[in-house]
Write a protein that binds this ligand. Structure first.
Ligand SMILES: Cc1cc2nc3c(=O)[nH]c(=O)nc-3n(C[C@H](O)[C@H](O)[C@H](O)COP(=O)(O)O)c2cc1C
Length: 182
């Protein structure tokens, strides 16, 4: 292995892919790669939004967001929601050809055609300046297609979409349970 010290931003670009999600607030949809699991208890996730996005205005107004997981064959939906602003188009659901689905708890819509929808209430804003404003969302409801498998999700980073790779082995040499924290 021959290593060289490199630019700080190259260290970020060289990271492996992350799941790409569709964030819904009110009746708007935004593509986001800045998404991560936060905690098992209370169940929560986090999302990073650039302050110039329309979604930034909406999330501060609604104090909630929906996370909709697209499948690897939904790249067109992801492209449309990641290239048009809700400030420019009347209805991104119509523009992207998807159906608004009523949430159980939050006021915002979810995307019917996505196999996994997670309803979140904003419980914390990360107070550290950066390109993205990070929000922690406590999960209030989850809707899942019973045929959905995690490796059908779409991965993204550094300008590329990818599929989830092959299964290698169990992290702890045994199948995880619902109570696992790894
Ligand atoms: C693959 C992909 C990932 C993106 N990830 C993010 C992200 O994590 N955070 C963000 O603020 N914008 C991200 N964007 C850009 C927004 O999706 C895009 O600017 C969108 O048009 C904003 O919509 P809005 O103005 O209706 O909120 C991403 C775009 C693409 C295509």
């Amino acid at each position: 292995m021959k290593k060289s010290e490199t630019d700080l931003s190259k260290g970020i670009r060289a990271l492996p892919s992350f799941p790409v999600v569709l964030v819904t607030v009110g009746r708007n949809i935004m593509t986001a790669g800045a998404f991560h699991f936060y905690s098992f208890a209370p169940p929560s996730v986090m999302i990073g939004i650039v302050p110039k996005r329309y979604t930034y205005e909406l999330i501060n107004e609604y104090n909630e967001f929906g996370i909709n997981i697209p499948k690897a064959d939904q790249t067109e939906l992801v492209r449309v929601c990641g290239s048009l602003s809700g400030r420019e188009v009347a209805d991104k659901y119509e523009e992207a050809g998807v159906t608004p689905m009523r949430s159980s708890v939050i006021r915002s819509y979810l995307i019917e055609e996505c196999p996994l929808n997670i309803e979140c209430e904003v419980v914390h804003r990360v107070d550290f300046p950066g390109t993205h404003q990070w929000y922690v969302g406590a999960i209030r409801a989850v809707h899942i297609d019973e045929d959905f498998e995690r490796d059908q999700a779409l991965m993204f980073w550094s300008g590329e979409y990818r599929r989830v790779g092959e299964f290698l082995e169990y992290a702890l040499k045994r199948p995880p349970t619902d109570a696992s924290t790894t």
